[in-house]
Design a protein around this ligand. Structure first.
Ligand code: GLC
Length: 723
């Protein structure tokens, strides 16, 4: 069936539908699996489906349950319009991949595409048609629990991942049995919540909206994202669920988005709590007319839509447009022709292949933060005693936030190391619990460490402290873990710290006590094997930080792509008084955006430009500048380097970031091998959006400084003159 056929089918259905049935298509209810804020109500969903007053259900788990509910809608309702089933398949269905922030650390969108492809295959086979993913909220807030779901602080990196994940979920044909509809969320600027407290106020200028928060969504829509989800936050005083400028002016009119905008869970009803609606009918009116098409869990559209239509507060055109979008999604998914899933073909567990994929991805996400004296990779020659200690050493709780019920637990680090080092005498002690203050177990951990040739100390934050509604006011190791680190480091046995978590952690109070630290994030189902691969050198770490690691929570927000200010801090003149800094803390983070070491070394030589100058008119017409960056493996083993290209516009109408990532490439080089890494710069990379609400993208004449490096700590290498 072609797109034209879809539109004629939609027109034919709209003509047959009653007003109640139309509002029914705009309703999404939750299945009883969920025990979330509103919980699920299967009976209510079945009753609504039977009356043809339901468009979608979320959290249906299992092919049998999906078919049972679908059969009611298709075979018992008047028009037999199929339901579309949604689920939060954020980083895996049966096979849990590393959390999205970890995947961002790979600086390789192929890893997120692999997650999406495996997830789509497993989910669709179980009757899921639509995932509420990828989340593409740029954020500079490590206190915000949902940073774990994000791609971090950079819009360019987030954009690359957003496009890759949408394509990985959707492929070229949404009717395929291994593809699902994507959902670009949370539209928009949800990651800017003040204080990092979830759901909190966001006050943002038009230019920051368009240069920082909107680019990933624009690219996701361009990549064909079938749906978009509204965010819980306000945007400069207007809730995102009732924000016509973003939902309609930009998303639907400027970008031509013809898919479905779904609310977040009771996000429409929450307009009342926001202080943006006096009652439910007002919430429904503001949200529907602003551009939300489908209501998740709350029922204000269905309850008040008929009256809003009768009073003229809602136009029939808007109603029919919203219904058309929902029907279009179902037609694109092929649900009218194939509403049911083959239960016999449902994938019920991870496969060896999917586990292998998750293991490879997790290894690519590990960031080597520190490796003094080349302690890593571990010396595995000959029998040695290895201590593996810490509250996460023998823990399967490493899947991360947003994992599905029934997803197999992670392989513990201890099991991974035992499998990798069968001839090594490996001793274990937890020492402390993840969050408890009981230190009575530290003595055992110290004893195990003292008797070993090396110690692997696995510490960090549990997934329970990560994700939605999981903001933290401190970023240090929870509970008594820091005491454990100090005690084990104090034994003098060479110690590697494996950090796990879903956010940047402040480690400055103990990091100088240990020679080696890796950030493993929440690595997913194959955690233990992936960590062992890196610690033993089977995999050479090549990840980079997608978020700045502050030294203290007091520095937050702290990020690489900041504005200069009128009195920038100059590290060359640390004593200068009247500059932007703290009196009680040296400037700068613990680790910068883009930081990550390897088991080998690399040299980046001066970039070469295809031209030293280019005109605004030429750029506007599509002309580009090629940048070639020579990179060489100067060490003794093969490894990956991420070559990064940043722009700095030192004089612009709107102050530009001191570093603007505009290219990255992860390359694998053998010892001594040299490669030319090439980037192409065009108007989109050089220009920026102004504060004009109508959307004005400008490219200005002047000097641009090009920075290349293997982190955001770079220096200007070349000047490109825009004429
Ligand atoms: C949650 C989240 C959203 C998720 C939805 C359905 O509150 O904000 O990301 O997709 O509800 O679970």
């Amino acid at each position: 069936m072609t797109g034209h056929d879809h539109e004629s089918r939609i027109g034919e259905l709209l003509n047959r539908m009653t007003v109640e049935e139309k509002f029914g298509q705009l309703q999404q209810l939750a299945w009883a699996w969920d025990t979330g804020p509103g919980g699920g109500d299967t009976e209510a969903a079945e009753a609504a489906a039977r009356k043809g007053l339901l468009g979608s259900v979320l959290n249906v788990v299992g092919a049998g349950a999906s078919n049972a509910l679908q059969r009611i809608a298709v075979e018992e309702s008047r028009l037999g319009i199929p339901l579309v089933f949604g689920l939060d398949v954020i980083h895996g269905y049966h096979t849990t991949f590393p959390v999205p922030l970890a995947q961002a650390a790979a600086f390789d969108p192929a890893v997120t595409a692999k997650d999406a492809e495996v997830s789509a295959r497993e989910a669709r086979s179980n009757g899921v048609h639509w995932t509420f993913s990828p989340m593409m909220d740029v954020t500079r807030e490590p206190r915000w629990g949902r940073i774990a779901e994000s791609t971090g602080e950079d819009p360019y990196l987030t954009t690359a991942y957003a496009m890759a994940k949408v394509r990985g979920y959707q492929g070229d044909d949404l009717t395929a049995p291994d593809r699902i509809a994507a959902c670009a969320k949370h539209f928009v600027a949800y990651g800017g919540a003040e204080g990092g407290r979830d759901y909190n106020t966001v006050d943002v200028s038009e230019q920051r909206l368009r240069n920082l928060y909107l680019p990933p969504f624009r690219a996701a829509v361009g990549a064909g994202a079938a749906t978009v989800m509204a965010g819980f936050n306000t945007i400069s005083g207007i809730p995102a669920h009732a924000h016509p400028h973003t939902l309609t002016d930009i998303l639907k009119e400027e970008w031509g988005f013809d898919g479905v905008v779904v609310s977040d869970w009771t996000g429409v009803l929450e307009l009342i709590a926001h202080g943006a609606a006096a009652h439910e009918a007002e919430a429904a009116r503001r949200s529907l007319t602003a551009g939300v098409d489908m209501e998740m869990v709350s029922t204000t559209f269905a309850d008040h839509g008929r009256d809003l239509l009768a009073s003229g507060a809602l136009t029939r055109e808007r109603l029919d447009d919203a219904v058309a979008r929902v029907l279009r999604l179902k037609l694109r998914l092929g649900l009218f022709e194939s509403p049911y899933v083959a239960e016999s073909a449902a994938l019920t567990a991870p496969s060896a292949e999917s586990r292998a994929a998750a293991r490879e991805v997790a290894g690519r996400c590990v960031v080597l933060l520190k490796n003094d004296d080349g302690l890593l990779p571990l010396d595995t020659s000959g029998p040695r005693a290895l201590a593996v200690v810490g509250p996460f050493a023998d823990s399967g709780d490493l899947l991360g936030t947003w994992t599905l019920p029934g997803a197999p637990e992670a392989v513990p680090v201890l099991a991974g190391l035992r499998a990798a080092l069968p001839d090594t005498d490996i001793r274990h002690a937890a020492g402390v619990s993840p969050e408890g203050l009981d230190t009575s177990g530290i003595a055992e951990a110290v004893a195990v460490a003292e008797a070993a040739d090396a110690v692997v100390l696995v510490v960090g934050e549990p997934p329970a402290l990560s994700g939605e509604a999981a903001a933290r006011s401190e970023l240090g190791l929870p509970g008594a873990q820091e005491q454990l680190v100090r005690a084990v480091a104090g034994t003098g046995t060479p110690c590697v710290v494996v950090l796990v978590g879903g956010r940047p952690l402040t480690i400055g109070t103990w990091a100088d006590r240990v020679p080696a630290i890796v950030m493993a994030w929440h690595p997913g189902i194959e955690a233990g094997h992936a960590v062992a691969d890196v610690l033993t050198g089977a995999v050479v770490p090549g990840g980079k930080l997608p978020v700045t690691f502050p030294r203290t929570v007091g520095q937050v927000p702290l990020y690489h792509n900041h504005e200069r200010t009128g009195r920038p801090y100059d590290p060359a003149a640390p004593g200068t008084k009247y500059v932007s800094r703290y009196l009680d803390l040296d400037a700068g983070p613990e680790f910068v955006f883009g930081h990550g070491l390897s088991y080998t070394t690399f040299a980046l030589d001066e970039p070469r430009l295809s031209r030293e100058r280019i005109g605004v008119t030429e750029l506007r017409a599509g002309a580009t500048v090629e940048v070639a960056v020579p990179v060489r493996n100067t060490g003794g083993r093969e490894g990956d380097e991420v070559v990064q290209l940043y722009l700095q516009d030192p004089a612009a109408t709107i102050a530009q970031p001191v570093r603007r990532l505009c290219g990255f490439r992860r390359v694998r080089l053998a010892p001594g091998e040299e490669r030319q890494v090439r980037f192409t710069l065009g108007a989109d990379d050089i220009g920026y959006w102004t504060d004009d609400p109508a959307g004005e993208f400008i490219v200005e004449p002047g000097e641009l400084h090009l920075h290349t490096g293997n982190s955001s700590r770079t220096r200007a290498r070349r000047t490109l003159l825009i004429t």
